[in-house]
Design a protein around this ligand. Sequence first.
Ligand code: SF4
Ligand code: SF4
Length: 318
Amino acid sequence: MIMMSDYNNWKIKKAEDWKSSLKKRLVEYCRSLDIEYVGIAPAEPYLDFERIWLSQIRKGHMSGFEEKDAAKRVYPELTLPDARSVVVCLFPYYSGTADQGNITKSAYSLDYHIIAREKLDMIARFLENCVDDFHYKAFVDNGPFSDRYLAYRAGLGFRGINGHIITEKYGSYVFIGYILNNFPFEPDTPQNRTCHQCLECVRRCPGQCITGDFTINPTRCKSYLTQKKGSLTREETDIVRKTRLVWGCDVCQDVCPHNRNVQPTPIREFKTDLLYSVDVEELRKLSNVEFRKRYGNRSFSWRGRDVLIRNHETIHSG
Ligand code: SF4
Ligand code: SF4
């Protein structure tokens, strides 16, 4: 005679087997898209992140681009009420360094938001075909959570003093995207290590804004300042002037020993249609409509041409 408890245990075991086989199929599917780094973060309150974030708020160390509602950064159910896990993917983008370029490496390719989002949607469609009533919300840079924190929780990399998430193979030159969803994938384990802590990034940072506790003060970060609207203060001007990039800043990544000898990206879209510089003389001649037509598919276009021109003038005057 089969006991009810045996039957229930058998059902639970079956469900667990199916869950873990779906995770394997998810990883295989991601590999077919050249996504090697995929992991699962839990969809539970991120209380350790909350402590860090509240401290950043107290210190005024916010860029203004983050989700304004602090609770939404911590509690996944405020974004998806029946959230059970987060599929986190890394998209390596390193394709070499253009010594004479004037934009960050992360902007060489066509807009990574679009490229990564398309891949996340393909993954979500794959899961929709496998799971009844699968639903999700996918984000690339526009989600409520800290994407680096999620990548860490999903076991995809370790934390750098410069605030970046670092991988063995591609260093920190990775974009992060995630799919908050209602399937209870088993979470992965965070890596029990940090960067070498050589502090080279701290010494070389143009804004002197790497605090030494794995966070930064974005209000002095050149990367954020080149995206800021309006006029720059004297102090901000001095920071932006320190290197030649008119969009972004790569210093804390370029000097990091973990980024020596990194592999180039395997993702075709990040190796083609590359642009290393914007020509500011050309920008001056373009109307806003012409600018959007010519550069609308680039990640630096969202702030418009005036900010790029301002940055160029800031760097080349005085
Ligand atoms: S991006 Fe540049 S300014 Fe910002 S923390 Fe890194 S080195 Fe400093
Ligand atoms: S440069 Fe050194 S301290 Fe900074 S993130 Fe890399 S290993 Fe860590």
